[in-house]
Design a protein around this ligand. Structure first.
Ligand code: ADE
Length: 222
């Protein structure tokens, strides 16, 4: 899978390339590249934003650098083109799984008050939000999206079971996890988990998941 991230702040993406995702990149499972939109501006002062027509606070990203940047990284219009925006469809596990099936994803990060609508229309962007709050830019939202979708790409997680047996995969939050030592500060690990009895362990986990979901997220109940 190939991911192109279009941004005015490529340095913000250092944390994305660590740990599990960094290993997936090194293994050739995914290639993630940040393209600096500013490299594509025709403005002699490298400007990529301007005041909004109609007035109002803040600046709007101009269409020319964005459109040229998109055409440079995806000349054959092969990518699923996504603009990170609070106006978009809200990301969830089903959307992350769906995006994991794409070969090529292009994520556009806005900054300031957003981007000129014509850039979105010309390039055919869909919009995607990570939640009902406004961030200062789309960069963190793009990182969240990439992280969430890559967990569904085969070969990214060590064990293929990991993305199945987790919160939201069956409409429930995940059960509580324990590791060694068996007693910590006087608190014991639930006995059934030490029993080696697989069906009892599965039953305990299901019950825990249901209990936690009912207490914290009753809205998830089918
Ligand atoms: N950019 C600013 N806020 C955002 C949000 N909530 N989701 C996606 N992109 C954004």
């Amino acid at each position: 899978m190939k991911i192109e991230i279009l941004t005015l702040f490529p340095d913000m993406f250092t944390p994305l390339h660590q740990s599990i995702i960094g290993r997936a990149e090194n293994a050739g499972v995914v290639s993630i590249h940040e393209e600096d939109i500013r490299l594509h501006t025709k403005d002699k002062h490298f400007k990529c934003d301007d005041v909004p027509y109609g007035g109002g606070a803040g600046m709007v990203m101009t269409p020319q650098p964005i459109v040229d940047c998109v055409r440079a990284v995806d000349p054959d219009n092969k990518a699923r083109r996504i603009y990170m925006s609070p106006r978009g469809r809200k990301l969830n596990a089903d959307i992350a799984r769906e995006l994991a099936g794409e070969d090529f994803i292009l994520l556009l990060c806005g900054h300031y008050e957003g981007v000129d609508q014509r850039a979105l229309d010309i390039c055919g962007f869909e919009e995607l939000s990570i939640g009902d709050y406004v961030l200062t830019g789309g960069e963190l939202a793009a990182m969240v999206t990439v992280d969430a979708l890559l967990r569904f790409v085969p070969g990214v997680l060590g064990s293929s079971a990991s993305a199945i047996d987790e919160s939201f995969s069956d409409g429930l939050l995940e059960y509580s996890q324990y590791t060694r030592p068996a007693i910590f500060e006087g608190i014991e690990v639930p006995e059934v988990l030490l029993s080696g009895h697989h069906s009892n362990i599965a039953k305990w986990r299901k019950e825990k998941s249901e209990e936690i979901t009912a207490a914290r997220r009753p809205d998830l109940k089918k």
